[in-house]
Design a protein around this ligand. Structure first.
Ligand code: GLN
Length: 546
């Protein structure tokens, strides 16, 4: 039977619960304990797929096509598992399920209430994931901050679990923030005490408190939290801010969290093997020569909108023993100013996914720049549409080539809805989502990158390469290097007469892991690091007798 760890957050949001969950997973896995993770999101959307990235950051897509919170990406990268739709639970899903059951008559005669009907539905989701994954430990992150109205049913369900599955099988971890007061130069514990009180009011006494802080946490502070919040002194875990998120498992392990969890949950004690993580972190901390990459997108003010892209770039950069110098270029600014001088010093250009017309012409401009100046280019989903539009304009000799997403009446719809998609009106969950197979064209860059002819990658889009333009674009030098096995859909394409200009209809960023960079990201950086831009020449070695 699986055991459960519930991770709640106190004091403020964005306190690092997701990374804490992922890191607890890492340290348990390093003891050969199998783990999986689940995120509970208190909002009423069924999934974040319909939300703007400004509201919620990136939408992470699982292999089975669930549109989920970006924390799931961190769980996958840290625990190195492929999660499924059961790992993402929202209030919207819970309520629509309970109401659908009521309409079907499943509760005939009863009054449907938050307790027990909604909480039972929530607990069913915990158990469903446990059964399906057969993991030794299911780590569940309760989204939001303790004290929010929306989060109450989730916390109540978490509380009920301890009685239901037994005291040794459930653990509560509370992650809080210790604010620093500059005037008195001290960390304050009062907000933590209050949020623990709030948890207790609901009936949850945390077993472990992880304290985030930008400053070192003294023994005195640990003792104080232990006393006021009624947790063992060793269960007050300091989580001082570190320079890379990949260091968090090492910090937690050094503070004894692994042993604590194993003892409290009566798991089999085994020594942890975190050697790969140590190597990874020491590599990240070693000074390396930078590779300068421009990310040209619409949501660049909010870096979380491209969370997995940035992580995948990091994995690829580390593989090449280099450092990432990422510049965020607003496609809208590029479009409005018409000035592409920011691209003059970069060694690679990446155009990630996105929706809507805003900034598209800026992205096309970046693609023109990459093609004409032979700068490596990687296009992800929308980035492929942009590359095809740009190449279409060049090959067809008309500025009108476009996607019908941006110009419904274009004379050259190089990107379009497939004929069988045209009636689709509903927006939520109706995209082409999750893993689909792709056959790579032998000898192409994509084929060389993956080293195998059939691959599976994750999708999230509506529009496709328009097959009517295949021949004309191929003739002008576009290589269709990946197709769906039935040959109907273009999955990857690349520019023949170019050092490395490639784009995929899928999102390769979702399958990249530290230590195993996605092959397209790896080869993109491999090509970019060889590009020498003005001002980037390494200093000449001076003879010693000068
Ligand atoms: N807007 C495009 C489509 O719907 C691309 C989507 C994306 O980049 N994820 O097809």
């Amino acid at each position: 039977m699986s055991k459960y760890i519930f991770v709640t957050g106190g004091v403020v949001s964005s306190v690092g619960k997701g990374i804490t969950v992922a890191s607890i997973g890492t340290i348990l896995k390093s003891r050969q304990i199998s783990v999986t993770a689940q995120k509970l999101d208190p909002y009423l959307n069924v999934d974040p797929g319909t939300m703007s990235p400004y509201q919620h950051g990136e939408v992470f897509v699982t292999q089975d096509g669930a549109e989920t919170d970006l924390d799931l990406g961190n769980y996958e990268r840290f625990i190195d598992v492929n999660l499924t739709t059961e790992s993402s639970v929202t209030s919207g899903q819970i309520y629509s399920e309970v109401i659908a059951k009521e309409r079907r008559g499943d509760f005939l005669g009863g009054t449907i209430q938050v307790v027990p009907h909604v909480t039972t539905e929530i607990k069913d989701r915990f158990k469903r994931l446990a059964e399906k994954s057969k993991a030794d430990v299911v780590i569940i992150e309760v989204g939001g901050t303790v004290g929010d109205i929306e989060g109450l049913p989730f916390l109540e369900a978490a509380r009920q679990m301890r009685n239901e599955v037994g005291r040794d099988n459930v653990l509560y971890v509370h992650v809080t923030l210790l604010p620093y007061l500059n005037s008195t130069k001290e960390l304050k514990t009062k907000p933590t005490q209050h949020s623990v009180n709030e948890l207790r009011r609901i009936g949850i006494q945390p077993d472990i408190i992880a304290c985030r802080s930008d400053y070192p946490i003294s023994e005195e502070i640990r003792n104080k939290i232990s006393l006021f919040c009624d947790v063992e002194r060793k269960a007050v875990i300091p989580l001082t801010t570190v320079s890379t998120i990949y260091e968090v498992p090492l910090v937690l392990e050094a503070e004894g969290l692994g042993e604590l969890v194993v003892n409290k949950l009566k798991l089999k004690p085994r020594p942890p093997d975190l050697s790969q993580w140590r190597e990874l972190v020491s590599l990240i901390k070693t000074p390396r020569q930078p590779v300068k990459i421009a990310l040209v997108g619409k949501y660049v003010e909010l870096e979380d909108a491209y969370f997995s892209v940035r992580e995948a770039l990091q994995h690829a950069i580390l593989h090449h023993g280099r450092d990432l110098e990422l510049i965020w270029v607003s496609s809208e600014t590029l479009e409005n100013s018409g000035d592409d001088s920011v691209l003059r010093t970069v060694q690679g250009i990446i155009v990630p996914g996105g929706f809507g017309i805003r900034g598209i012409e800026g992205m096309v401009r970046a693609a023109t720049y990459a093609r004409e100046n032979k700068i490596p280019y990687l296009g992800l989903c929308l980035g492929m549409h942009v590359m095809v539009i740009e190449f279409g304009r060049y090959a067809l000799g008309s500025k009108e080539a476009n996607s019908t997403e941006f110009d419904a009446k274009t004379r050259y719809p190089v990107i379009d809805f497939l004929p069988d998609q045209k009636g689709q009106k509903i927006k939520g969950g109706t995209m082409r989502l999750g893993n689909y197979p792709c056959k790579l064209t032998s000898g192409s860059r994509a084929d060389r990158a993956y080293g195998q002819s059939l691959i599976y990658e994750r999708h999230r889009h509506r529009y496709e390469f328009n097959n009517e333009y295949r021949q004309r674009l191929e003739k002008a030098g576009l290589v269709l290097s990946g197709l769906s096995p039935d040959g109907r859909l273009v999955e990857v394409c690349e520019v023949a007469d170019h050092p490395w200009m490639l784009a995929s209809q899928f999102h390769p960023e979702f399958t990249s892991r530290p230590g195993h960079p996605n092959p397209l990201f790896r080869d993109f950086i491999g090509a970019a690091k060889n590009i020498l831009r003005e001002g980037a020449q390494p200093p000449l070695p001076l003879p010693s007798n000068l």
